[in-house]
Design a protein around this ligand. Structure first.
Ligand SMILES: CC(C)(COP(=O)(O)OP(=O)(O)OC[C@H]1O[C@@H](n2cnc3c(N)ncnc32)[C@H](O)[C@@H]1OP(=O)(O)O)[C@@H](O)C(=O)NCCC(=O)NCCS
Length: 163
């Protein structure tokens, strides 16, 4: 998998293609694109957005938020702590190790920028992602109300990037 940082309209096209065969609620596809568009506006300042490509197809994406993640300095502080956001692997490419590979890449980028700690949020109901992060050494340090009623957002961190 070839992993590159993206920006602008070209980046939006690459992110659009990752949504390809996803079956989403009506309107959810457009909402996700609007979110990607907003996030791309922060590239170069607060955000690095990466995509992984295999055989000319975008198969994975992940973001690194550098200094402001929901205004919570425990999640990103621009100096020592950065926040991993929106890890996604194209549905028909899941289970092939792409998430593991793009996570390793984003950890190296964070380390090269001097960050020693990475944080991320995961829904308590997302067993696959929780197992991935557990296996990569991320541990829970706090929890917040999730996006849906009854759901909890678990906040995890890994503090060994400099060792
Ligand atoms: C979570 C997600 C990114 C995993 O991507 P993936 O490319 O399929 O993951 P990988 O193949 O790299 O597998 C990594 C680990 O995830 C876990 N995993 C992957 N598929 C799994 C499954 N079906 N059941 C249980 N665990 C699974 C395993 O721990 C696996 O490690 P292993 O293969 O060494 O056992 C992908 O399912 C996805 O995009 N989901 C939708 C978006 C999402 O939930 N993102 C996370 C937001 S916090």
């Amino acid at each position: 998998m070839k992993i590159n940082e993206i920006a602008g309209e070209e980046g939006l096209g690459l992110l659009r293609s990752i949504l390809g065969p996803l079956r989403l609620e009506p309107g959810a596809h457009e909402a996700m694109l609007a979110t990607f568009r907003r996030e791309l506006e922060e590239v170069g300042d607060n955000r690095i957005i990466c995509v992984g490509e295999v055989d000319g197809e975008t198969v994975a994406t992940v973001q690194l938020i550098l200094k402001d993640a929901d205004g919570d300095p425990e999640l990103a502080d621009g100096r020592t702590i950065a926040h991993v956001h929106h890890l996604r692997v194209r549905q028909n490419r899941q289970g092939k190790g792409f998430a593991r590979r793009i996570m390793a890449d984003v950890e190296s980028r964070a380390k090269a920028l001097g960050f020693g700690t990475l944080t991320l949020g995961v829904d308590d109901t997302n067993g696959v992602a929780r197992e991935l992060y557990r296996s990569l050494g991320y541990v829970e340090f706090k929890a917040e109300a999730g996006r849906s009623p009854g759901e909890t957002l678990l906040l995890l961190r890994k503090s060994t990037l400099t060792t």
